[in-house]
Design a protein around this ligand. Structure first.
Ligand code: 3HC
Ligand code: NAI
Length: 683
């Protein structure tokens, strides 16, 4: 794992632990040994630590947390590096993350390639940097930067790292080692070398103004609500100011030990691995051939088509977008530009970036213009006849080998594929709204979808920054199929006597950003509703008939004020009460526990059905869908992980106790029952 190269009196220690140079136990041992040997070797006067492969160390081995380990610990290796009388340089390329950056902080000097990124992402795993990072980073870069980097977990690019004092020098991407050696030779002329743990000058600001910590807590409160790790990070960083280094480290270690055992961190680590597992398809080998995607075509420039286009334009892939009329085409293009301009006005893009993206967009009214596209995604109306027509046309004009994708959110992909002479080319790409923002992409694998097509879109998904999850064909795929269960219970609960705001509150208390009725109001109650054919057959019909069509009409399930703040509506209560009475319901009081169980347990049951039917490959895929597409609270690890924690027996008992109210078509999943009787788990 470690080899060394001598360049006169400079020793280069090179680590190699593919794929990301995680600091596994073996790597820690090897690095510790190499440093000890270098310190003991009289012929060595300076040491450079660098890595082979994709980047510098990407942190501790996340899979090893909670398992027994043998010394030396990572902090001990880092302390030994810092204690060395001979200068040690970190030479960084790619990512230096978590424990990896902590190794670099223990070095006396840091040099990084211009494309490198440095960060402490532990907070995203429900942890804090546990190898001295909370004590050394503020000593090097000062308090505002350290607080922000550690509590957000966001990495900083090398140039910024240079500005804030995190690295001492930048190197060319192709000349890291020679430049590091040259740097080492300069350093050799110095008598003393800085030890980060001994530095105090950058702490002065916080010593003078200790209230800055509470101000910072206040500032981020909204963003970190429900997460335990950010507060622990702040406490550890505060200790860097209030306590001597050794005591600060002890505090950091104690906080780390308690976080690593927490349910939240277990859940977040589960999601880390779940997202990576989702990219793997059991029967598709890694070396499956890929189809080069140089140009993307999109049919329909509406809400979804425009957002989908932006994903590709933003990474430099040209897009041809086709509409049926000039007006919707112009509207669609204008919306794309407006979205980019808005991002630019917030400083997250330059005007040049905007123009570069827009220049890659080719608008058209002729579907024949998609003939040179390697991937075509249709995002026309959710209507099977319209979709079939589009697929027939695409089949006629698309070049051989092109992938033909549908963004349908619930229709039968196999029926669309059957309209073509090339069903192997047809696949579902279910983006979520807004498509340029939401991370989730459900990749729908039709009965005849080809392996190359599937492997290609999984790669494309990663390139455009999506988390892709494969789903088989069924109404609503993974996400919307489970959502349907929740929506059905939400509707039944309000007929039985719960108020919409009670139902929503239970879910927001659970950690969802909003409940089903708030969601309906936001989306608009009149999606797919028409006044001419409305017969007051549902609460939705009755609300729309009274022009309560959601936030856009300032009233839906809730009343909204000018700032779109919701308040309960007595009119809605009356409408629901009247409708419920007409259907024979006698109002009863429904407690919060029942609401929670009725909303969430049927979803777990449906998740189990999705698994037993082979629609999802693994339970963790379902967790990834719900966390990235539907606001399921991340800290619970997703529905199936949450169910495991609660105990599947509890879920089954709950479902049985409510069975009479769950609806005539409710059926317990045989898989859920089997797992429960075997004492098993989904994950
Ligand atoms: N430990 C164990 N495995 C890791 C790992 C880590 N720190 N980082 C990545 N991996 C694994 C992934 O699970 C994946 O495995 P797979 O191929 O079997 O699925 C493989 O390495 C490649 O990872 P990615 O698919 O994520 O590769 P990318 O090139 O897309 O991204 C990366 C590379 C940016 C380094 C990304 O992997 C990443 O963000 N890793 C985690 C970094 C992190 O959180 N570090 C902090 C760890 S906690 C810590 O250091 C505690 C310390 O303070 C004591
Ligand atoms: P939309 O109504 O905003 O856009 C559809 C566009 O397609 C319209 O501009 C229309 O003019 C155009 N169009 C219709 N027929 C066409 C044809 N034959 N050729 C070219 N253009 C044509 O609809 P939206 O919301 O963008 O939905 C599109 C698809 O995305 C649907 O299948 C929908 O189910 C799916 N979807 C929608 C989501 C949402 O939140 N809106 C989320 C996920 C998927």
């Amino acid at each position: 794992m470690i080899r060394t190269d001598r360049h006169g009196d400079v020793l280069v220690v090179i680590a190699d632990n593919p794929p990301v140079n995680a600091l596994s136990e073996a790597m820690r041992h090897a690095l510790g040994k190499a440093v000890t040997a270098a310190v003991a070797d009289p012929a060595v006067r300076a040491v450079i630590i660098r890595c082979d492969g994709r980047g510098f160390f990407a942190g501790a081995d996340i899979a090893s947390f909670g398992k027994p380990s043998s010394p030396p610990s990572l902090p001990a290796v880092i302390d030994a590096i810092e204690a060395s009388e001979k200068p040690v340089l970190a030479a960084i390329h790619g990512n230096a993350l978590g424990g990896g950056l902590e190794v670099a902080l223990g070095c006396h000097y840091r040099i990084a390639t211009t494309s490198a990124k440095l960060g402490l992402p532990e907070v995203k795993l429900g942890l804090l940097p546990g190898a001295g990072g909370t004590q050394r980073l503020p000593r090097l870069v000062g308090m505002p930067e350290a607080l922000s980097m550690i509590t957000t977990g966001e990495a900083v690019p090398a140039r910024r790292a240079l500005e804030i004092g995190l690295v001492d020098r930048l190197a060319g991407d192709d000349s890291l080692e020679p430049e590091a050696i040259a740097f080492a030779r300069e350093i050799l002329l110095l008598k003393e070398h800085p030890r980060t743990s001994k530095r105090t000058e950058r702490l002065a600001e916080a010593v003078r103004d200790p209230a800055l910590f509470d101000r910072f807590r206040h500032e981020i409160a909204g963003k970190v609500k429900g997460f335990a790790a950010p507060e622990a990070c702040i406490q550890a960083i505060e200790a860097a100011v209030k306590l001597p280094f050794a005591e600060g480290v002890a505090k950091e270690r104690a906080l780390f030990a308690s976080l690593v055992k927490s349910e939240q961190s277990r859940a977040l680590r589960h999601i880390f691995f779940a997202e990576r597992a989702a990219a793997k398809i059991e029967d598709i080998p890694r070396d499956t051939s890929r189809i080069p995607i140089a140009r993307v075509g999109i049919v329909g420039a509406g809400t979804m088509g425009g957002g989908i286009a932006m994903n590709f334009l933003s990474i430099g892939i040209p897009v041809t977008i086709v509409e049926r009329d000039q007006a919707p085409l112009d509207r669609g293009i204008a919306t794309i530009r407006r979205n980019y301009e808005r991002t630019a006005s917030r400083g997250r893009l330059t005007q040049n970036d905007v123009e570069r993206a827009m220049a890659l967009l080719r608008p058209s009214l002729a579907i024949e213009d998609l003939a040179d596209c390697d991937l075509v995604i249709e995002a026309v109306f959710e209507n099977m006849a319209v979709k079939k027509e589009v697929f027939r046309k695409l089949d006629a004009i698309a070049k051989p080998g092109a992938i033909l994708a549908s963004n349908t959110s619930r229709l039968d992909l196999n029926a669309m594929a059957a309209e073509t002479e090339r069903p192997e080319a047809v696949i579902g790409l279910h983006f979520f709204s807004p498509a340029n923002v939401m991370r989730l992409l459900e990749v729908v694998r039709g009965a005849k979808t080809g392996p190359s097509q599937l492997a290609t879109v999984m790669d494309v998904a990663k390139r455009i920054g999506k988390v892709a999850v494969v789903s088989g064909v069924c109404p609503g795929f993974i996400g919307n199929r489970m959502l349907a269960q929740r929506s059905k219970q939400a509707q039944m609960l309000i007929l039985e006597g719960a108020k919409p705001w009670d139902v929503d509150r239970v879910l927001t208390n659970f950690g969802f950003p909003m409940g089903p009725f708030q969601m309906s109001d936001l989306a608009g109650l009149d999606l797919g509703w028409r006044r001419e054919s409305s017969k007051g057959e549902s609460i939705r019909d009755l609300l729309c008939e009274r022009d309560r069509r959601g936030q856009k009409t300032s009233k839906g399930y809730y009343d909204y004020d000018e700032s779109r703040r919701p308040s309960p509506s007595s009119e809605v209560e009356e409408i629901i009460a009247g409708y419920a009475a007409s259907r024979g319901y006698r109002p009863r009081s429904v407690d919060e526990q029942e609401i929670l169980e009725r909303l969430l347990y049927p979803m777990i049951n449906e998740g189990a059905r999705i698994l037993e039917e082979g629609i999802a490959q693994r339970a963790s895929d379902i967790d990834v869908v719900w966390i990235n597409g539907y606001g399921w609270p991340t800290v619970t690890g997703g529905p199936m992980f949450w169910a495991d924690g609660l105990g599947l027996g509890t879920i089954v008992a709950g479902l049985k106790s409510h069975q009479a109210r769950l609806g005539a078509d409710f059926m317990l999943s045989p898989l859920l029952l089997r797992k429960t009787s075997e004492g098993g788990r989904f994950n």
